[in-house]
Design a protein around this ligand. Structure first.
Ligand code: SF4
Ligand code: SF4
Length: 243
């Protein structure tokens, strides 16, 4: 595995809906994971504790989750020694409450702000400085155009280029959020059963997990990466084509 990270969703929907979203947010139903669902995923992921060192809290847009600081405290309680990074598009940062900022600082949780063209970088960074939290900002003007082609036999070409963010969702481990959320949307997606590991399986060994994470799934063959495209928001026509 290139990066020892593990991703969790707090919610699936987003307030930005980028067309090339690698978490498929524009096409996900609105879903905020309950604290119990979120906690269950965190506890099941203990099976991977020796494998990853950084927890990514993502979505969708996590700042849409009401009382998000309760979720953040839960992660720190369960994983006292891991690096925890909360991903956001930053749009809601000016509206966040004192509880949120206090939790980031007190529980040592970092922010990763993806700065899309709609966000004012200067005022966002001024806010971060004022709040005194640790944040990393990345400007994004282009995104990878990836699509599924169930006839493709590309020798896992996309897999050799992708970032492979292992992802825990509803008690299962996936090689990336994109595959997980595509499977959840399309029940006819081929080879579904080979695309994840069930973390509730009491016989699941660390060796099997490592093997799963270090090799492409069958579905990776259907994953076709095109060139980077200019960032844009999903429009009504896109929704009609994809539903
Ligand atoms: S801000 Fe992030 S999660 Fe939201 S649509 Fe864009 S890429 Fe997806
Ligand atoms: S489906 Fe496979 S190749 Fe495509 S992004 Fe996910 S892990 Fe990479």
């Amino acid at each position: 595995m290139d990066k020892k990270t593990l991703d969790f969703h707090l919610c699936d929907h987003c307030n930005l809906n980028c067309y090339y979203c690698d978490h498929v947010s524009p096409w996900c139903k609105e879903r905020t994971h309950t604290l119990k669902e979120f906690e269950n995923n965190l506890i099941l992921a203990k099976k991977l504790e020796n494998i990853f060192s950084v927890i990514h809290l993502t979505g969708g847009e996590p700042l849409l989750v009401k009382h998000i600081w309760i979720y953040l405290i839960k992660v720190r309680e369960i994983y006292p020694d891991k690096q925890i990074v909360l991903y956001t598009n930053g749009i809601l940062l000016p509206k966040m409450t004192d509880e949120f900022w206090f939790t980031l600082k007190h529980y040592n949780i970092r922010l990763h702000i993806s700065i899309y063209p709609v966000l004012d970088k200067k005022s966002t960074m001024e806010l971060i400085t004022e709040k005194g939290v640790f944040a990393y900002a990345k400007e994004i003007k282009k995104m990878l155009d990836i699509e599924w082609d169930f006839t493709a036999k590309n020798g896992h070409e996309a897999y050799s280029k992708c970032f492979r963010c292992p992802f825990v969702y509803d008690g299962k481990l996936y090689p990336c959020p994109r595959l997980c959320l595509a499977i959840n949307k399309d029940k006819n997606f081929p080879d579904i059963e080979n695309s994840y590991l069930d973390l509730k399986d009491i016989n699941l060994s660390e060796e099997r997990i490592l093997n799963f994470l270090e090799n492409p799934t069958v579905a990776c063959d259907y994953c076709v990466t095109h060139k980077e495209k200019n960032w844009r928001i999903t429009n009504e026509n896109d929704f009609m084509e994809n539903n």
